[in-house]
Design a protein around this ligand. Structure first.
Ligand code: FAD
Ligand code: FES
Length: 288
């Protein structure tokens, strides 16, 4: 089995700091605090070429700008899923269709979709962590014959916090050899699925489905506690750190390795990441 190889390097941009003026062409409320926002240039084109896992800096003048993963993209759009957590994301949630914003990018590296070809894929995410992972899931589903069995383990605090619920329940489970496993941390009357934190649920999915670690790539994205607990579970299940792919977050400003906001160890997440294998991160001190 060949090793998963991740490209680490700067995206080549002519004008790395200059945002393009884009138009919001579609907004969908995913949950009470997450909206998906679809963007086009003013002449109706995709704002930039982008690969699964890459990032864009979305600005709402004069309030500020924030980095988001491209959760999906098509010939004429890039879409981001934005969780409302503070000052700028609050402004983004106030946008309406037709409004203009700034967008610069793409930044960062991308998921190793080429070196994962031929493998079984296991995607593990929680809450808004599905947003970056979703671009890779969609790539695998669009190139279904290139990948083996696909399992998607996704959790959120409650049913009301599950993003892209329609895809999770009506689309992805109907794709060939694609298995979607969803749990919530807190049950409710309108939820009859599993109630479990992600790590124990991941272990249960692994065992109940007889998943092997052989020829499998695991893609992991979520908050610090999901990372910590799921890494431990995957290690107990015997998954090699070289087969675990993560996408990291940190506060970012420039996006091109200049301001020093996003460094971990000797690396900048905006420049060398956000995508790393666990093996690559093993020697880096971190709190996630
Ligand atoms: C590589 C990368 C990819 C990201 N992808 C997404 C995405 O797909 N969808 C999404 O909703 N968000 C994503 N984020 C996070 C997003 O950029 C922040 O939530 C946003 O910048 C917050 O801006 P704000 O002005 O609303 O919050 P602020 O008012 O600046 O802060 C509000 C609170 O959020 C915390 N916070 C802000 N930024 C971060 C961060 N990066 N990590 C952890 N805590 C933070 C602050 O400490 C504070 O407690 C990503 C961040 C990075 C670096
Ligand atoms: S955001 Fe400036 S160095 Fe990474």
């Amino acid at each position: 089995m060949s090793k998963i190889g991740i490209f680490h390097g700067c995206a080549h941009l002519c004008e790395p700091y200059v945002p393009q003026v884009c138009r919001v062409v579609r907004i969908e409320s995913q949950t009470r605090d997450v909206k998906s926002i679809r963007l086009q240039t003013l002449d109706g084109a995709r704002p930039f070429d982008v690969l699964p896992g890459q990032l864009g800096m979305l600005s709402v003048p004069p309030f500020g700008e924030c980095m988001f993963a491209a959760t999906s993209f098509g010939d004429d759009y890039v879409e981001m899923a934005v969780k409302r957590v503070g000052f700028v994301t609050e402004r983004i949630h106030e946008l309406g269709e037709g409004d203009q914003v700034g967008l610069r990018g793409p930044y960062g590296n991308w998921f190793p979709y080429e070196s994962c070809r031929g493998r079984d894929m296991l995607f593990v995410s929680g809450g808004i962590g599905l947003a970056p992972v979703r671009s890779f899931i969609r790539h695998c589903l669009d190139h279904r014959d290139d990948y083996g069995r696909i399992d998607i383990v996704y959790s959120a605090s409650s049913k009301a916090d599950l993003v892209y619920l329609d895809e999770l329940t009506n689309d992805w489970p109907n794709r060939p050899d694609t298995h979607v496993h969803v749990s919530v941390y807190h049950g409710s009357d309108d939820w009859d699925g599993p109630v479990s934190y992600t790590a124990p649920y991941l272990e249960q999915v692994f065992r109940d489905n007889g998943l092997s670690t052989e020829n499998r790539a695991v893609v992991l994205c979520g908050g610090p506690s999901l990372f910590r607990t799921c890494r431990a579970t995957l290690s107990e299940l015997g998954v090699s750190p070289a087969d675990i792919i993560t996408t990291l977050e940190a506060r970012m400003k420039c996006g091109v390795g200049k301001c020093g906001r996003c460094n971990i160890g000797g690396r900048f997440i905006c420049l060398d990441g956000p995508v790393f294998t666990e093996e690559e991160l093993a020697s880096v001190a971190r709190d996630f």
